[in-house]
Design a protein around this ligand. Structure first.
Ligand code: ADP
Length: 612
């Protein structure tokens, strides 16, 4: 693993803490406070115990001994009370930690340019950061878990140092025993113990990192074959019919073997700490020997042996822990850095600042001026030199064969993508110059592949946690959902689907389309766009929905997309798309009059199915 410079590590760690503070407020601070009390408490006991033993082995004053006992009991009781309160508050917060972590990713996904949601490299980056965090706690969770150890270690080192100073300055009267070289020997032993522990930890971590890398990949493939292919009922049909499980099982067998090989690496990890423990034991032995000899020569009372032995061993533990924390910090900084690279992905879409002009005369117009477009990372133009102008308030139908570019045309108009060439204008101003969110707010779109979510019916229609119930009901009625609504026991509070609620209601494709229409109506935007949302319906039902929608759309600008021409003939203007180009543009009558045009051809071809 490439080493990260210490300054960078400090910056990354600080940013990690500020993210924890932002998304999990109070959690890190609570954990630090708990550990501070927890770490100081044993030292208080060590100090009081040493005083009691000294008193018993010297003057034996009962009052003084009782005072020490009272002190130890009182302080321990107070610490226990404080710890218990903080522990409970922290536990509550910690149980929500993973949900808060999830919000970090969802916030970023929401702020990404739409085009990046289809960028495989970016989505892979997100998946990797997420898997590392959720499967192993790598990065943010490690940082959080490390807080206790960091506070404990700092307290341990400071207090044990303070308690060992008198070991070196007290005099036994023997020149050999009091020689300053002992300070160096004892410190060297403590440092050797610390180093061996740290070395073991680094080696352990290296093996673990390799294991994580392989396991994340293993898990992804396993999830795909095990969960997606076998358990997803849509895919399971094909798997069963074409017997594709034999291919999947071969891959899984290979992966299992790979995983077994990894397991043997994991067992190697146990060896490193065992060797380190032997070295630490020997180093501690030398320190204890020094304390014993000094006491034997009368440098301090018997009670202080307890204090020094305990403090020295804690100092050793503190240094070991510090080394461990430093190497651990290096590991989680790498993961945090990966997470930050994802969180720092820039938005490339130009963000304008113009407000969308509110005009009383409704005299808006939209213009596509020589627009060509190819999807990111593809070479083929799916729209070519599209020019079209229509007035707001008009009803526009976009017709054409599947794949002719109709949906792409809408996506560009809603600024989900920017044109590769040319420009789109609203009232003569390039749409890029408008404030992005304000511009988006003027569109209500029912996409062909619209999605409803596992929220309540009311929340689905209003796209909001709180909403105007009357207006939601009104929109559902307009969309033709009135009858079904009556049958729902929880009314607007009925949860859709069973993802989060066992009593959620499953709805049919037709019902879902009506709810999606109601959602578009509730938004009450000046533009309303229907992108073949009725594709699953038969032509007659589709015609009903469209003609009704024309009535509902009223003065709004309505854009209908369909490959069924009968549904669109009542529109003011019809744009005929073919292989990414606009072949014809005009009213139904005008286009029919162009006897040899594409529209006339399509019309005749489709009409024969409906004439009876
Ligand atoms: P229509 O709505 O007329 O059926 P689309 O606008 O959906 O057509 O698609 C036009 C062309 O663009 C099709 O060839 C389709 O395969 C391609 N296409 C659509 N979406 C994407 C995408 N996200 N990435 C790459 N190509 C796409």
């Amino acid at each position: 693993m490439k080493k990260m410079p210490i300054t960078k590590r400090i910056a990354v760690t600080m940013r990690g803490f500020s993210i924890l503070k932002q998304y999990c407020p109070g959690l890190a601070q609570g954990k630090a406070m708990y550990e501070l009390i927890n770490s100081i408490q044993p030292f208080v006991s060590i100090w009081f115990t040493a005083q009691i033993v000294n008193e018993i082995s010297s003057q034996r004053r009962l009052k003084t001994i009782l005072l020490y006992i009272f002190g130890i009991v009182l302080i321990n009781a107070f610490c226990a009370l404080l710890k218990s309160i903080i522990h409970h508050v922290c536990n509550e917060k910690e149980s929500q930690m993973w949900s808060w972590f999830g919000k970090i990713f969802s916030d970023k996904q929401m702020s990404l340019d739409f085009v990046d949601l289809e960028n495989a490299a970016i989505q892979h980056q997100k998946q990797e950061a997420e898997e590392n965090l959720y499967m192993f706690g790598n990065g943010l969770a490690q940082l959080f878990w490390g807080i206790s150890a960091l506070v404990r270690t700092l307290v341990l080192i400071l207090l044990s140092l303070a308690m060992t100073v008198s070991l070196f300055v007290s005099s036994s009267g023997n020149r050999l025993v009091d020689h300053p070289v002992w300070i160096l020997i004892v410190l060297a032993c403590i440092v050797i113990g610390g180093l061996s522990k740290s070395k073991a930890t680094i080696s352990e971590n290296d093996v673990f990192m390799e294991y994580c890398k392989n396991t994340v990949w293993f898990n992804r493939v396993f999830m795909f074959f095990g969960k997606e292919l076998y358990m997803n009922s849509e895919k399971a049909k094909d798997v069963r019919i074409y017997n594709q499980n034999t291919v999947a099982e071969k891959v899984l067998d290979k992966l299992m073997q790979h995983e077994r090989d990894n397991q043997s690496d994991i067992t190697k990890m146990a060896l490193y700490p065992a060797v380190a423990q032997v070295i630490i034991g020997m180093a501690n032995g030398v320190c204890y020997l020094f304390v014993g000899i000094k006491a034997l020569f009368g440098a301090f009372g018997v009670g202080n042996i307890v204090q020094y032995v305990a403090a020295l061993s804690r100092l050793g533990e503190g240094l070991q822990e510090l080394m461990y924390l430093l190497s651990d910090n290096e590991v989680y900084c790498t993961h945090l850095q990966n997470l930050f690279e994802y969180l720092d992905l820039p938005n490339h879409m130009y963000q304008g600042s113009l407000t969308v002009e509110k005009r009383d005369d409704n005299e808006y117009y939209v213009e596509f001026r020589n627009v060509s477009f190819k999807y990111p990372n593809t070479e083929r133009y799916v729209l070519r030199d599209v020019s079209l102008k229509f007035k707001v308030g008009e009803k526009l139908a976009v017709v054409g064969m599947n794949g002719s570019g109709k949906t792409t045309f809408i996506k560009l108009m809603c600024r989900l993508y920017d044109p590769t060439e040319g420009e789109i204008l609203l009232n003569g101003v390039n749409i890029k110059k408008y404030d992005y969110h304000e511009y988006m707010s003027i569109f209500s779109v029912v996409f062909q592949d619209f999605r409803l979510f596992s929220f309540s019916l009311g929340q689905n229609v209003s796209a909001s946690a709180t909403y105007d119930r009357e207006r939601v009901i009104e929109c559902l009625k307009k969309a033709g959902f009135a009858e079904r609504l009556k049958a729902l026991s929880e009314d607007l509070d009925t949860i859709l689907f069973k993802d989060i609620a066992a009593d959620g209601v499953e709805i049919s494709g037709g019902e879902a389309q009506k709810i999606a229409l109601a959602r578009a109506l509730y938004k009450d935007a000046p533009f309303i766009i229907l992108d073949e949302p009725t594709a699953a319906l038969d032509p007659v039902s589709e015609y009903e929905v469209y003609s009704k929608f024309n009535e509902i759309a009223g003065a709004k600008t309505a854009i209908y997309i369909s490959h069924r021409l009968a549904s669109c003939r009542f529109c003011d203007k019809i744009a005929v798309f073919h292989e990414g180009e606009i072949l014809q543009f005009g009213s139904h009558e005008e286009l029919l009059a162009e006897g040899n045009g594409k529209y006339c051809q399509l019309w005749k071809a489709q009409a024969q199915y409906y004439t009876t």
